[in-house]
Ligand binder design. Structure first.
Ligand code: XIL
Length: 364
């Protein structure tokens, strides 16, 4: 094929534009536009974000994500602090935030051993509540909360963290009071409250074979009972070196072998060492003045590897949710400086963001 001078010239211009596009487009590129079909990308948001106070946060969330999870607002304790009192206001704002932006709105969570009001487990005369009392409270709570957001919430984490490290059911107050079928009961009540809402089981450390086997047993048991379950949430609270990427991939394949979609429901990468209370700050809080370049690169590579696995198995994954918007928002700081997410404390994209964008682009 022969080219005239003008065609050659426009080719040169296009090539030059392509070369500078990744740099010029950096601030404009949105993760949600790069995700494969059928997979949403989201973030857990806090009160200041869904009530609009954190305006820079709201702008970034709106631009980058098409799904939200509530970091705390829909948990039992915040939404149902006393037997006869619900606190719907924050949750209403959370749900409306997502609806206004046409985002997929997730509910987290209905039944958990943590962040649940003490009154729930108390019976008469100071004894632990019995099975019938607990089932009645569970049903009432689920009917009220799931019912209120019927048609608005896309899917619920029905039960959170019910399996122990050895694969058995965790010794938790719901389990103590109701018995082994408490998970099944929660799924039954949730489905009754909204027959169209998706229902998930959510847990962490699923890269550990014994725990994962327990989760798979539980999911199969729910299915065998004829209950609705739509997905398994793998929280994905990981570290720079662990779990190994191979173990992340094996876990994904294994969880998906149940026939269910997997969601990375609470993704973040903890950079800090485990440290005992009162440990020497230079050891416990090594990056108080910023993350060194080599760690920044390691974090980018880690996120690129994780998204590489997700894209390789894209048919197995329906959602990726970061547990917090920016490093400053993360629950992993706890008085130290952590750097677990894609946006820094100034809400600017980190090299890890660029790395994820690159992997997503290449997969398209
Ligand atoms: C965390 C929140 O991020 C914190 O703000 C809160 O103090 C404790 O809970 N697994 C879960 C999440 O399922 O609900 C937890 O969220 C993190 C671990």
């Amino acid at each position: 094929m022969r080219m005239c001078a003008r065609d050659r010239m426009s080719l040169v211009v296009v090539a030059a534009l392509v070369a500078i596009a990744p740099v010029a487009g950096r601030q404009d590129v949105a993760l949600k536009d790069l995700m494969p079909k059928g997979m949403v990308i989201g973030v857990a948001i806090n009160q200041r974000q869904f009530d609009g106070t954190d305006t820079a946060g709201v702008e970034l969330i709106t631009k980058q994500f098409n799904q939200i999870s509530p970091e705390n607002a829909l948990k039992f304790q915040p939404i149902h602090p006393a037997a006869d009192r619900y606190n719907f206001d924050p949750a209403d704002h959370y749900v409306q935030f997502g609806l206004d932006r046409k985002m997929q709105v997730v509910g987290h969570n209905l039944v958990w051993h943590s962040q649940t009001s003490g009154w729930v487990f108390q019976g008469a005369d100071g004894k632990p509540a019995d099975r019938e009392t607990l089932l009645a409270r569970m049903r009432e709570h689920i009917q009220t909360v799931v019912g209120r957001y019927k048609g608005k919430i896309h899917g619920w984490d029905v039960v959170n963290e019910a399996i122990d490290e050895d694969g058995s059911l965790r010794k938790a107050p719901w389990h103590d009071g109701i018995g082994d079928d408490y998970v099944a009961k929660a799924f039954e009540f949730a489905h009754d409250a909204d027959p169209n809402v998706e229902l998930y089981y959510n847990d962490y450390n699923l890269e550990k074979p014994a725990k994962r086997a327990g989760v798979i047993r539980l999911v199969k048991d729910l299915k065998a009972r004829g209950l609705r379950i739509d997905g398994i949430g793998n929280q994905g609270h990981w570290r720079l070196e662990t779990p190994a990427i191979k173990d992340i991939e094996d876990a994904l394949v294994d969880l998906h072998s149940t026939g269910l979609k997997v969601m990375y429901s609470e993704l973040d990468i903890n950079i800090l060492p485990d440290a005992a209370r009162g440990a020497d700050p230079s050891i416990a809080n090594p990056y108080a003045n910023g993350l060194p370049d080599d760690k920044q690169q390691q974090l980018s590579k880690r996120y690129a590897d994780i998204f590489g696995v997700i894209l390789k198995h894209r048919d197995a994954v329906s959602r990726v949710t970061f547990w917090g918007l920016s490093d400053g928002d993360s629950w992993l700081n706890r008085g130290r400086a952590n750097y677990p997410l894609l946006f820094d404390r100034q809400r600017q994209p980190k090299p890890a963001f660029q790395a994820v964008v690159e992997v997503l682009r290449q997969a398209r």
